[in-house]
Design a protein around this ligand. Structure first.
Ligand code: PMP
Length: 283
């Protein structure tokens, strides 16, 4: 696999970053994941808008142009012959002797991109659905910034796996915030979709935003409000959204089955719509 590091395209075993990189020492870095279908990037412009926002919120310098970033994405997809999967991009504040304080202006951000081949359309998540557990949301107060500080979500997924589930939904102040790496939705008995409003407590998912726009166009009612785990367990359906899963039906929450333990029709319909519409707009 060819990866990109600070201006160079290298074989993955030759690609290196400094041990003093602040991304490595302080999780002082941000990332994006854009999926690839048929060799084309899905929802790409929105991912780059969010990357700029993350950099701004952390006062990180942005040293590549949007044109360059798109060119790098396309070059990696092409060099690696990627048909289906994702492009991962990570940008850190840069490398400097270890110190809690830093002078951003004197640092050169580290930029790394690589591809991951993966079946996204024919995924087991879509056919059998996902089981989720719930865990307390112990993350910091700026979950709206897409930082590489992913230890808690990583441990949450491991706990889910240990319990025979696929993922965890996090709960703060009695309501669901989001999944460890996705946004959480439920479907009410009268067919409306419910997801919590954006705030510092969740990541503004690109797939969430796109799906909500498609839903509105298709006349599906959206209720942007908080919901409890109890309400979710009694919902007609539940699902998650993320760049690499698209729409993932949830079939059980803490062992309580939803829609007879099978992916629900609303979630599957939205998944189909998302894939079809996004393919039309892929670049
Ligand atoms: N929430 C969290 C915590 C995430 O990590 C992700 C995916 N990175 C999402 C939501 C979904 O965002 P997107 O649709 O942009 O992939």
């Amino acid at each position: 696999r060819t990866v990109y590091v600070n201006g160079d395209y290298l074989p993955e075993n030759e690609a290196k970053v400094s041990v003093f990189d602040r991304g490595f020492l302080f999780a002082d870095g941000i990332y994006e994941v854009a999926s690839v279908l048929g060799g084309k990037l899905i929802d790409y412009p929105a991912h780059m808008v969010r990357l700029h926002r993350s950099a701004n919120e952390l006062g990180m310098r942005f040293t590549v142009s949007d044109d360059e970033l798109l060119a790098i994405h396309r070059e990696l997809v092409s060099r690696n012959g990627l048909e289906e999967g994702a492009v991962y991009l990570q940008m850190t504040r840069g490398a400097t002797d270890r110190d809690f304080t830093f002078d951003t202006e004197k640092l050169t951000p580290t930029l790394v991109l690589f591809t991951q081949a993966r079946a996204l359309i024919d995924s087991p998540v879509a056919t059998r659905g996902m089981k989720v557990i719930t865990i307390p949301d112990l993350r910091w107060g700026r979950c709206d910034i897409k930082t590489v500080q992913l230890l808690y979500p990583s441990l949450g997924k491991m706990e889910a796996k240990k319990q025979g589930a696929d993922d965890a939904w996090m709960v703060r102040d009695g309501v669901v915030t989001e999944g460890t790496s996705n946004n959480a939705f439920i479907v009410t008995r009268d067919g409306a979709i419910v997801t919590r409003p954006l705030s510092n407590s969740i990541l503004p998912g690109i797939t969430r935003a796109t799906l909500m726009a498609y839903s509105e166009k298709n006349g599906i009612r959206i209720e942007e409000r908080e919901f409890t785990v109890e309400e979710a367990k009694q919902a007609a359906e539940a699902f998650i959204t993320s760049a690499t899963v698209f729409v993932g039906p949830v079939v059980a929450i803490d062992g309580v089955e939803l829609s007879d333990g099978k992916p629900g029709p609303v979630a599957l319909g939205l998944r189909q719509t998302y894939i079809e519409e996004s393919l039309k707009r892929a670049i």
